[in-house]
Design a protein around this ligand. Structure first.
Ligand SMILES: CC(C)(COP(=O)(O)OP(=O)(O)OC[C@H]1O[C@@H](n2cnc3c(N)ncnc32)[C@H](O)[C@@H]1OP(=O)(O)O)[C@@H](O)C(=O)NCCC(=O)NCCS
Length: 187
């Protein structure tokens, strides 16, 4: 699947993306991506091997003019039924987004996320899209709000991604935002 916007192309990852992905995943910007840290370019190449079969839910965000991979966006279908079985409708998605810091503050994340939400709602059966973001992540909260997502709550000491210096878990306060298909504007 390819998603095109005014300035961007969202497409599946290919092996040749390793260097660009290494640039932004060598030092993940936020703790929630700590487990995705790539130590070496070789790790990035191996990661691209894993990602390259992902054609529906995991996209490289590339600049149309240059072809550079400046970030990524993904979301996988989840069930929201308490007791799922084989007939359960899978219609809930929770996106992750991240941009190379050199390309932030230019509206690229909003452009990519808007197109991705359009795709999930119109082509992938999404009924509800929700996002978790830490309370200190103002840029991500701002993006949720620009996308028209409702702030649904804040969970105190909800999750730990890294440990404190003394080895104890560092718990973070997490905000939840969401939007329903019927709330998503269709032009
Ligand atoms: C979260 C993240 C993706 C947001 O990226 P971003 O670049 O700040 O977001 P946007 O695309 O909305 O762009 C922001 C600003 O670009 C500016 N901008 C510059 N040129 C622009 C243009 N041509 N069109 C639109 N906006 C433009 C706008 O001022 C906009 O700010 P505004 O909404 O206040 O007007 C980014 O901060 C990031 O990658 N963070 C690290 C990873 C992360 O935290 N992920 C989320 C974990 S929960």
């Amino acid at each position: 699947m390819i998603i095109e916007t005014e300035r961007l192309i969202l497409r599946p990852f290919v092996e040749e993306d390793a260097q660009d992905v290494f640039e932004y995943l060598h030092e993940p910007a936020v703790n929630c991506f700590a487990c995705m840290k790539l130590e070496t370019l070789e790790d990035a190449k191996r990661e691209m091997q894993k990602r390259k079969g992902e054609t529906e839910y995991y996209f490289a965000i590339t600049v149309k003019d240059t072809g550079k991979v400046i970030g990524e966006i993904d979301a996988y279908p989840e069930s929201n039924e308490a007791y799922p079985d084989e007939d359960t409708i899978i219609d809930t998605f929770s996106p992750c987004w991240m941009l190379n810091k050199e390309y932030q503050g230019r509206g690229y994340a909003y452009e990519a996320a808007r197109a991705f939400f359009d795709y999930l709602f119109s082509q992938k059966g999404a009924r509800r899209i929700y996002a978790y973001t830490e309370d200190y992540n103002i840029a991500s909260q701002h993006l949720c709000e620009k996308l028209g997502m409702r702030k649904e709550g804040e969970f105190k000491e909800f999750i730990s991604f890294i440990n404190n210096e003394d080895g104890t878990p560092r718990y973070e306060n997490t905000m939840q935002y969401a939007i329903l298909k019927r709330e998503w504007p269709t032009d």
